[in-house]
Write a protein that binds this ligand. Structure first.
Ligand code: KE4
Length: 439
């Protein structure tokens, strides 16, 4: 497909933004879409196909956020479209069980051996919120440990920032989160096992679970240090706490079986989202059978959802996950090769331009941090030059390359991205680093 170089007119997007602001705070239904972290006005999308987005003014962009992860097979992937069309003719929702739920569940269990039983929900937030309720019921404990820079959706107890000391209780990370709720969450530095040891020492017998992104995407991309995940697994097993691997972003992306497969670690509970729904609303929480059978209607833990296991979402998820399973031997090496080529090609342009850049990548998720220093936790990520990232983002967007609109997000690509997109992206970056230098 042709790569547009002309200046971009976005008058229709601007009109749509003004209209949207009448109905939605900031004109958006999710804050990051407002481009507040990078400046400029967000284009409105009209359609997408493969690796390419088309906005309301007909401008085209190479897509490197892929609906924040789900579109690993590219936009409008024919088997997914056909599956949705086929099922939609039989009604969109029943509120009763269908065979399709177990059809997708069989595939999830095959990819994530840590999941023996599961529940479908309609978002990653519901998945993590439910997993935490389950962990508290199963352990009889209330304190949760999360890590700074990890995002697990917007449930109150997970919108918590670190307290003053490493093992002191968290403080609200959002207005509307009561101190009483925040005080049940500890926010610790990622990639630091000593901080977790200290938390267990200060709060013996009180910690129900540790929840983490096994590959962080929400601070920008940060990989687990060697031995970190295994260390968390050992500590939680020793202390009688549960380990919740939030693979909403990394699941099916960094490997078919997510980070758990990639790093060879186990978890008591796993949450999934994004790719498992193929672009439709699906979240999953699951784990060992004995843990999951505590859920209603079998046990005392209540959890429910009107559209849980929705037939259209199941169809899109089945089409996506079954394609990944059947073609894993070519899909993941291809994603790895394309990601390596484009991320290192752009990093080479930064070096030529004298722009400090640190590339963190795990498979087909990565971040170019605008800092010369290594980034192994959120504190180090936060030292990035976000203004420089903003200039980079705006220049790339104007050249037809749409990156996630925040330094603290991961970029993604799909099997639809190929050499043409890689070459165009590197060429655009060469120009964009001039804009970064110009300040
Ligand atoms: P949702 O409730 O947005 O479906 O999932 C929450 C969630 C849970 N866990 C992880 C690891 C996640 O990355 C997410 C959501 N990711 C963000 C992207 N950083 C979604 C984008 C948005 O908020 O609009």
């Amino acid at each position: 497909m042709s790569f547009q170089k002309t200046a971009r007119v976005r008058t229709r997007s601007q009109a749509l933004q003004q209209r949207a602001e009448r109905f939605f705070p900031g004109g958006v239904n999710s804050p990051v879409r407002a481009f507040r972290a990078v400046g400029g006005a967000p284009p409105f999308i009209e359609s997408a196909e493969g690796a390419w987005l088309t906005d309301a003014d007909g401008n085209r962009y190479i897509d490197y956020f892929g609906s924040w992860g789900p579109m690993i097979l590219g936009h409008a992937f024919p088997p997914v479209v056909e599956a949705i069309e086929r099922v939609a003719r039989r009604s969109a929702s029943f509120g009763a069980s269908t065979g399709a739920e177990a059809d997708l569940a069989e595939r999830v269990v095959a990819c994530f051996p840590a999941i023996e039983k599961m529940r479908f929900v309609s978002s990653g937030t519901e998945a993590t919120m439910s997993a935490i309720r389950l962990a508290r019921a199963a352990t009889g404990r209330n304190v949760i440990v999360k890590f700074e820079g990890c995002y697990h959706g917007h449930a109150d107890g997970l919108l918590v920032k670190a307290g003053s000391g490493v093992a002191t209780f968290g403080i609200p990370g959002s207005a509307g989160v009561p101190d009483e709720v925040a005080h049940l969450t500890l926010a610790l530095p990622y990639n630091d096992l000593s901080a977790v040891e200290a938390a267990f020492a200060v709060h013996p017998g009180a910690i129900a679970a540790i929840i983490l992104e096994p590959v962080v995407g929400n601070a920008g991309c940060i990989a687990p240090a060697p031995g970190y995940l295994a260390g968390l697994r050992a500590l939680t097993a020793r202390e009688g706490a549960l380990l919740i691997a939030d693979e909403v972003m990394s699941g099916f992306r960094v490997a078919l079986g997510g980070a758990l497969e990639l790093y060879g670690v186990d978890a008591d509970l796993v949450t999934l989202g994004k790719i498992v729904g193929g672009g439709l609303p699906v979240g999953v929480f699951g784990g060992k059978r004995a843990l999951m059978d505590v859920l209603a209607p079998l046990g005392p833990v209540y959890q429910a959802g009107t559209l849980s296991g929705n037939p259209l979402a199941m169809a899109a998820g089945i089409a996506t996950v079954s394609y990944l399973q059947e073609h894993a031997d070519e899909v993941y090496p291809q994603l790895e090769a394309t990601s390596k080529a484009v991320t290192e090609g752009v990093a080479a342009e930064a070096a030529k331009a004298g722009v400090p850049l640190t590339l963190n990548r795990v498979g087909a998720m990565w971040t170019w941090f605008f800092t010369p220093h290594p980034v192994t936790n959120y504190e180090e990520a936060a030292k990035s030059d976000t203004a420089a990232f903003g200039r980079f983002h705006r220049s790339m967007l104007d050249q037809g390359v749409w990156l996630p609109p925040s330094q603290f997000e991961a970029a993604f690509l799909s099997t639809a991205h190929g050499q043409a997109e890689t070459a165009a992206t590197i060429a655009a970056a060469s120009e964009a680093f001039k804009a970064v230098k110009a300040g």
